[in-house]
Design a protein around this ligand. Structure first.
Ligand SMILES: CC(C)(COP(=O)(O)OP(=O)(O)OC[C@H]1O[C@@H](n2cnc3c(N)ncnc32)[C@H](O)[C@@H]1OP(=O)(O)O)[C@@H](O)C(=O)NCCC(=O)NCCS
Length: 186
């Protein structure tokens, strides 16, 4: 049975003092996810999806808004805009069918970068994956995405050499390793 996720996972504060809420993604978030992705530059979309398509297809937006029950953990970081909530960042991991690993992805809106959101989201994903006793987390990062490579390295991930001809690298974190708290609560 799927655990019921709390409606608010965390409350954070942006650099300008604005309150941010971290909450699970629900199917009714498709519109918000579409809006958030439409704000991203072509380069950010490429770094996240490894595709030069100018717009994320509707089928992908639908897929992103419908986490796989029991296997996927997907969160949005939102800010209040009057009566509405608008997304500023998001992250997720999907567990492999054999349960031996999970694959993460993180995106922070361009106006919200360099204030620790990417690090906090990834730390939160790592904590959740450990609570679910998933042995390993992995992700795929473009060779020239130095910010993301630096971030995962600082959280204890190993960066694998790319396969010949690949433009991306696999990064892996052993979630059972001792001493992980030291990396996450920097
Ligand atoms: C990669 C990404 C998630 C980082 O988000 P962020 O919120 O800006 O990251 P943080 O503010 O947590 O910064 C993480 C670290 O990178 C460093 N950093 C961030 N942006 C940097 C930049 N432009 N140049 C150099 N260092 C940078 C920060 O100093 C920080 O290190 P520190 O904690 O030791 O100071 C964001 O740039 C992004 O969404 N990129 C597009 C999507 C993507 O690449 N996803 C990864 C593939 S899954």
């Amino acid at each position: 049975m799927e655990a019921i996720l709390p409606d608010t996972i965390a409350q954070w504060r942006a650099r300008d003092g604005q309150g941010l809420r971290v909450r699970p993604i629900r199917p009714q978030d498709a519109g918000l996810i579409r809006w958030g992705l439409d704000q991203l530059s072509p380069e950010s979309l490429y770094q996240r999806f490894f595709s030069r398509a100018p717009r994320v297809p509707d089928a992908v937006v639908k897929r992103l808004s419908e986490p796989i029950p029991g296997r996927e953990y997907a969160i949005l970081v939102v800010r209040r805009d009057g009566e509405e909530e608008l997304p500023v960042a998001g992250g997720r991991f999907v567990t492999a069918e054999d349960g031996a690993s999970c694959e993460f992805a993180v995106t922070v809106g361009e106006d919200w970068r360099r204030q620790g959101l990417g690090r906090r989201i990834l730390a939160l994903l790592i904590r959740e994956a450990r609570q679910r006793r998933i042995p390993q987390m992995e992700g795929y990062v473009l060779n020239d995405n130095v910010v993301m490579l630096g971030l995962v390295l600082s959280l204890g991930f190993r960066i694998e050499e790319p396969e010949p001809g690949d433009t991306f690298r696999r990064v892996r974190l052993d979630l059972r390793r001792h001493g992980w708290r030291r990396w996450i609560h920097r």
